[in-house]
Design a protein around this ligand. Structure first.
Ligand code: TEU
Ligand code: CA
Length: 584
């Protein structure tokens, strides 16, 4: 990548198409809906739109189970609608990044159907294994090892046609692709080039750090009969954890570098961001250091995994010093090379204003939504705004299981409450209300009408998931022209990313690290800015059209002190921050 990639002071907006804007009254968001809202997104000032998957899919995991990578699911529209969205977005200087889900396909993908036949060229495109010796295939205990799936139950599903088990780290309708097979990698790269040639500007890569699995020298997985590798002990739900053998595996860097060469070399103006479960801050530097030719940036998980007691369904209150130390680890690791993504929300996480803020009153909700937006956007890196975060949208606050839609939630309830009996129904319902993925998947709140403007009030169908009742108070129509709204605040944060070199390029330093209420840090840019410093432009339009300026012409020097009181009440300014304020 060039020393000054364009995305270094860009802001990305994540759209969850299913919940963004419905235009045909079927209760599901669609591509035409996104196109109809491009002026809103251009006004907000974001530069890139990341769309969660809209490809053909049985929708078992809301589109993260793909059955045809090169067609659009009718739920969202057609390839023509996609081409129209690309053209209309590019007219407004907006880039479109698609969601690449290639650790697994849907079990309804033609590749998987073919793979069930051992004499087919696709036979080795997935992870197939025989039942354990001396067991009855299909019976409990016959699975190749004791791995559990992220979505409950065994990570192995028996297929009658082939007479063997296939691996699925996620749902049984999401079989893992075998990346050891060069034909698989070739097919993925060809598909990626097809989309980039069509005008797509890059990819968010779903669990891309799970594609290389650790096996013994004979290709046997841990715990498999005859393997030299032992499986881990089983956990409270009766399965072992595959993550240590599937996250950041032995060929991770090799596969990412090969993808870069086969797909991105020779192109420019693109963005690649990898969703990276199991990756440490130190590994983030290696993978995102342009010298290694792998990915531009990663989503790390430590800061959204630490505030629970073993399982995400046992949430813990925020330990702010712990969060600050994790974020400091992220920032320090890429101070010299590599890059950071900045996010608190996405379609898998609860709403930050409910998780770490206070959504109990209008005043506390607005104040804490702005505070968390400020904290995130003043860090060094590329910020990601999840749809509705710019409004201060909250968790769903559902009260009964039948309001939920997410298979992760419904499977976990059955597994933990009814089968393994490791959590009470009451505790599980509280855990789901706090951390369930549906919290961020309720329809985007455009106005105060019956379905929040997500779908017409007289639509033939209800939205696929309930609209949050608080949409009457929290919606675009009410915030758009209000200078004190969360929307107006996010718009300022995004503009600063484009115009202030201290924010886009300044070094980051945590102060008052141990303070339990205040998140304080400095940003400093010394002149002349180092060559690796990223460009800044005096307005958003020029950001999209200018060639990269010579870094030695970086304007300005300066320092910024950021102090966010996250306690919800008046507290003293911590010592280092007050000394800096006193010192001017
Ligand atoms: O998420 C991967 C992943 O790890 C999430 O399942 C997350 O860890 C978990 O839900 C937190 O509780 C990606 C996609 O973002 C997610 O929507 C998909 O369900 C998953 O991969 C499988 O494709
Ligand atoms: Ca629709």
């Amino acid at each position: 990548a060039t020393p000054n990639p364009w995305w270094s002071n860009a802001v990305v907006y994540q759209i969850y198409p299913r919940s963004f804007q419905d235009t045909n009254g079927d209760g599901f968001g669609d591509l035409k809906g996104i196109t109809s809202r491009l002026d809103y997104l251009a006004d907000l000032g974001v530069d890139v739109l990341w769309l969660s998957p809209v490809y053909k899919s049985p929708q078992d995991d809301n589109g993260y189970d793909i059955s045809d990578y090169q067609d659009i699911d009718p739920l969202f529209g057609t390839l023509d609608d996609m081409d129209e969205l690309l053209a209309e977005a590019h007219k407004r200087g907006l880039k479109i990044v698609m969601d690449l889900v290639v650790n697994h396909t849907s079990d309804e993908h033609a590749w998987f159907e073919a793979s069930k036949h051992k004499d087919d060229p696709h036979a080795d495109w997935y992870w197939w294994r025989p039942a354990r010796p001396g067991t009855t295939p299909g019976e409990p205990g016959a699975e190749p090892n004791r791995w559990g799936s992220y979505f409950g139950g065994s990570a192995w599903q028996y297929d009658e046609t082939r007479g063997e088990y296939y691996l699925h780290q996620f749902s049984k309708k999401q079989p893992d692709l075998n990346w050891e097979n060069p034909a698989v990698r070739r097919a993925v790269y060809d598909m990626m080039n097809w989309w980039l040639d069509r005008g797509v500007d890059g990819f968010r890569m779903d669990v891309i750090t799970l594609i290389s699995k650790r096996t013994d020298p004979n290709g046997k997985l841990p715990g498999e009969a005859g393997s030299e590798l032992d499986d881990l002990p089983v956990g409270e739900e009766g399965y072992s954890n595959p993550n240590p053998f599937c996250a950041d595996g032995p060929r991770q860097d090799e596969f990412l570098a090969e993808m870069r060469r086969e797909v991105f070399d020779g192109r420019d103006g693109f963005l690649t961001v990898g969703e990276a479960p199991g990756i440490t801050a130190a590994r983030n530097e290696h993978i995102t250091d342009p010298a290694n030719g792998e990915l531009d940036m990663l989503f790390l998980f430590e800061h959204v995994d630490f505030d629970c007691e073993g399982a995400k369904w046992k949430p813990l209150p925020l330990d702010l010093p712990k969060l600050k130390s994790i974020m400091a680890g992220y920032q320090t690791a890429v101070a010299k090379a590599g890059w950071a993504s900045l996010f608190t929300g996405n379609h898998d996480q609860p709403r930050v204003v409910s998780r770490w803020g206070d959504d109990s009153t209008e005043e506390s909700r607005i104040r804490s939504a702005k505070a968390w937006g400020l904290v995130l956007h003043m860090h060094r890196g590329t910020p990601y705004v999840y749809q509705g975060e710019e409004l201060g949208m909250t968790n769903a606050h559902f009260t009964s299981l039948d309001q939920y839609r997410d298979l992760e939630t419904l499977n976990a309830y059955r597994q933990r409450v009814e089968e393994a009996k490791v959590q009470s129904a009451e505790s599980m319902m509280a855990g789901i209300a706090a951390r369930g993925r549906d919290n961020s998947r309720t329809p985007m709140q455009w106005d105060a009408s019956r379905y929040a403007g997500f779908t017409a009030p007289d639509a033939a169908c209800e939205p696929w998931i309930s609209v949050n009742p608080n949409h009457t108070d929290i919606n675009v129509a009410g915030e758009f022209d209000d200078p004190d709204s969360v929307y107006a605040f996010y718009k300022q944060l995004i503009a600063l990313r484009h115009t202030d070199p201290v924010i886009s390029a300044g070094s980051w330093h945590l102060i008052d690290a141990s303070d339990p209420h205040v998140y304080a840090f400095t940003r400093t840019l010394a002149k002349p800015a180092p060559a690796s410093t990223y460009p800044v432009f005096d307005d958003v339009e020029s950001f999209h059209t200018n060639p990269q300026p010579d870094p030695s012409t970086q304007p300005g020097e300066g320092a910024l002190l950021v102090v966010a009181n996250l306690s919800g009440r008046t507290v003293d300014l911590p010592s280092e921050a007050s000394a800096l304020v006193a010192g001017g």
